[in-house]
Design a binder for this molecule. Structure first.
Ligand code: ADP
Ligand code: MG
Length: 246
């Protein structure tokens, strides 16, 4: 519980800081990245210096990615109460991402329930959560594999979205850290995808589950209340209330 509170507070702090971050960090960061790129294109640099400048360039790129996610997340949620067609949002997200994975030999399959109930929320934010999940799936399968997206209504009335990959899986000892802001095992990772996703899904009255088996793959699942149950009652800083079944 203490850890959950810390996560929520960290994310709230990120939201509040974002306007400040945008102005104070963005321009200097672009300058650092830009000059590093300019230096790399010069032939006068020796090998050791090239290595150092490459690190400066790569790290500035990583920070730019973090900044982009934070700014997207902090953008005021327009149309918060929209009724969302989940399958449509999934198709849009997949449309943006699948070609690159398939061109490398990966397989993408879907099984979307055509009678699925709608859910309440901001479609752009839900799309971001689905994109995060799909990207994590692709990144877990650098040598190809199968990514599958399913939707269905559960017997106890949750709209369920499952994003499954046949990738490397997640070691037990890191499972509990996955939703911590900035936790990443990737060289160019931001560690913000799952933290932001959890916050958005829980604000929609839903919950996020992750199940994984080493070398077999991972299932990321979102459980969302259908619109027929009315808009979610979200009590800030009390995730237990949100997690309860409607
Ligand atoms: P990032 O992708 O930038 O590292 P995320 O918050 O999206 O940040 O994910 C955090 C970490 O969770 C990843 O670095 C990875 O270790 C692990 N992870 C998330 N999804 C998967 C997956 N589908 N398969 C294996 N590991 C995953
Ligand atoms: Mg990610």
């Amino acid at each position: 519980m203490v850890r959950k509170l810390q996560q929520t507070e960290k994310l709230a702090a990120i939201g509040e800081m974002s306007a400040f971050v945008a102005h104070e960090i963005r321009n200097p960061l672009f300058a650092i990245g830009g000059f590093a790129r300019a230096l790399l294109s010069q032939e006068t640099l020796n090998e050791t210096d090239t290595k150092k400048v490459k690190i400066i360039f790569n790290e500035s790129q990583r920070l730019e990615k973090i900044l982009k996610i934070i700014l997207n997340f902090a953008r005021p949620a327009v149309g918060e109460g929209d009724e969302i067609d989940v399958n449509e949002v999934i198709s849009e997200a997949l449309g943006l991402l699948r070609m690159r994975f398939e061109s490398q030999g990966g397989i993408v399959t879907t099984d979307l329930d055509s009678n699925l109930a709608k859910v309440h929320g901001n479609p752009d934010q839900l799309k971001q959560c689905i994109i995060n999940g799909i990207k994590n799936g692709f990144e877990a399968m650098p040598d190809g594999g199968t990514l599958r997206v399913e939707t269905k209504l559960s017997a106890d009335n949750w709209v369920i979205i499952r994003i499954m990959d046949s990738g490397e899986g997640i070691p037990d000892d890191i499972i509990e850290h996955l939703f911590n802001p900035f936790f990443t095992t990737k060289a160019g990772g931001t560690g913000l995808g799952l933290a932001m996703t959890k916050k958005i899904i829980e604000d929609m009255g839903g919950k996020v589950k992750i199940r994984s088996k080493l070398k077999k793959g991972t299932v990321l699942a979102f459980y969302l209340p259908p619109v027929s149950l009315g808009p979610p009652v979200v009590e800030k800083h009390d995730e237990k209330t949100v997690m309860e079944k409607p």
